[in-house]
Design a protein around this ligand. Structure first.
Ligand code: ABU
Length: 460
């Protein structure tokens, strides 16, 4: 093992050096990946040096998500202490279903979940679990909503047509989950949003009324805390009032920006979260742990047991349910996604997590100001968001983003709102500084000039 750990260290050091000189890996077209890299598997063992060379080559050729040039998705950067926790979780290889198999690690996860529940404002009934991503925590929220509405579904299947409500700007996992849950994609109602990308509560109320009149059973409203494109926050108190009136489960998908919970300055964006039924956020997004670390919190943990528990004599052999979280998870074997969050939280404290969240808004303000102050840019996003959406000189966003990627200059993506496509700069890497944001614009502008990209969009 020692030799292998040395190899790990060697390759990691090479990666860190390479990130300095090449913050974006050399672009390899997908149709050439098997030609350019030694990915094939063979019958016989490899000579150790050849193995090390192959592995190093693949590592250095992979997209670099921790550098100052990665603004492509809703994660980025590399937090040392969180990486340490994740590496140790791999070394330990506990499965998080029983105390017997994971011991102290179950305690680690419980402390995180209990502390977050307290921060939300939930009492002793609050609870949660950690799942492999926001789509999965949204799915679990949907299943709990379904079973809370009709407990017989677990045994007898559906006896009524249930409906789900979510905004047109919400995550694409909602229709997928409606199909997995048996509710059905056709029973998802897409509620229109206002000019800021937030669900319009009055439209939600109307849609629910219409469904009731037509004999449907409204079952779940999914509100979003940080929509994927604009980073908008739905109005939780207004939506909550409607849900209470109609006795509908309210889940808040905070995968992207629910971590504002840690910030005294920005937690007003999820005001009212204590009154919802379930809430999820991804610590691998704003908090900056390695992928994945998606928390699902529920106001009353009895719903987790109702929807996900099953007896299994061969598995649950010691300890109370509370210490056997296999009874509240979707899967059986579950990797330890808690330790990386704990090592980060333990090392920097809750104040440190707050600083991480606040920094991202600070960087977004830098980017937004830059866009506002330069006449060649048009801004499409709003304050209180870490997605800064813009176009430059009327040039199609996809031309710039794809060109920057293929030229190995920057990683940034594009999105659409109200029929306009734009570049979406995500300032989620709290290790960046304002200068990195200015560099981003400098590189983009130089790229446009070098390639003489032509405008085809109307500028406003
Ligand atoms: N949940 C991942 C969203 C990916 C993106 O919008 O970049």
């Amino acid at each position: 093992m020692e030799k292998t750990l040395n190899l790990f260290q060697e390759i990691s050091k090479r990666l860190l050096q390479d990130e300095q000189s090449h913050p974006v890996s050399h672009f390899i077209p997908s149709e050439e990946v098997f030609e350019k890299l030694d990915l094939s598997l063979q019958e016989t063992a490899m000579v150790e040096e050849d193995f090390a060379a192959s592995l190093t080559q693949i590592v250095l050729a992979s997209p670099k998500t921790a550098t100052r040039a990665f603004f492509n998705q809703l994660f980025g950067g590399r937090n040392e202490k969180a990486v340490l926790g994740d590496l140790l979780a791999v070394m330990l290889n506990n499965s998080m279903y029983t105390y017997k198999a994971a011991g102290a690690q179950i305690g680690v996860e419980k402390v995180i979940l209990d502390t977050v529940c307290k921060m939300i404002g939930w009492g002793e009934h609050g609870g949660g679990t950690i799942a492999p991503g926001g789509s999965m925590t949204n799915f679990m929220g949907m299943l709990m909503a379904r079973d809370a509405k009709d407990a017989n579904i677990r045994k007898g299947g559906f006896s009524q047509k249930m409906t789900v409500y979510t905004s047109t700007e919400s995550h694409y996992s909602i229709p997928k989950n409606a199909s997995f849950s048996g509710i059905g994609r056709q029973q998802v109602r897409y509620i229109p949003v206002d000019d800021f990308g937030k669900m319009i509560p009055s439209e939600l109320g109307k849609a629910i009324q219409e469904d009731i009149q037509q004999g449907f059973t409204p079952t779940l409203v999914n509100a979003t805390a940080g929509t994927t494109v604009l980073g908008a926050f739905d109005d939780i108190p207004a939506i909550s009032e409607i849900c209470k009136k109609h006795k509908i489960w309210l889940h808040v998908d905070g995968a992207y920006c629910g971590s504002v919970l840690f910030s005294n300055r920005y937690k007003h964006l999820i005001k009212g979260v204590a009154g919802v039924d379930s809430f999820s956020f991804n610590a691998h997004k704003m908090i900056g742990t390695p992928l994945s670390c998606s928390l699902l919190l529920v106001k009353d943990k009895k719903h987790l047991y109702q929807s996900f528990s099953n007896e299994a004599d061969y598995l649950y052999q010691t300890d109370e349910d509370e210490f056997n979280p296999g009874k509240t998870s979707l899967q059986c074997g579950r990797r330890n996604d808690a330790l990386k969050f704990w090592t980060l939280w333990k090392s920097v404290g809750t104040k440190g997590l707050e600083a991480i969240v606040d920094k991202q808004f600070e960087l977004a303000n830098v980017a937004r100001k830059y866009v506002e102050n330069h006449p060649d840019y048009t801004l499409y996003s709003f304050e209180n968001s870490i997605s800064v959406c813009f176009n430059y000189k009327g040039i199609p966003a996809r031309d710039i983003c794809t060109g920057l990627y293929e030229d190995s200059e920057l990683m940034v993506g594009f999105g659409t709102f109200q029929d306009t496509e734009f570049i979406r700069l995500v300032t989620i890497n709290a290790q960046n500084d304002p200068q990195d944001i200015h560099n981003f614009f400098e590189i983009l502008e130089a790229f446009v000039e070098k390639h003489a990209l032509a405008p085809t969009l109307k500028t406003s």
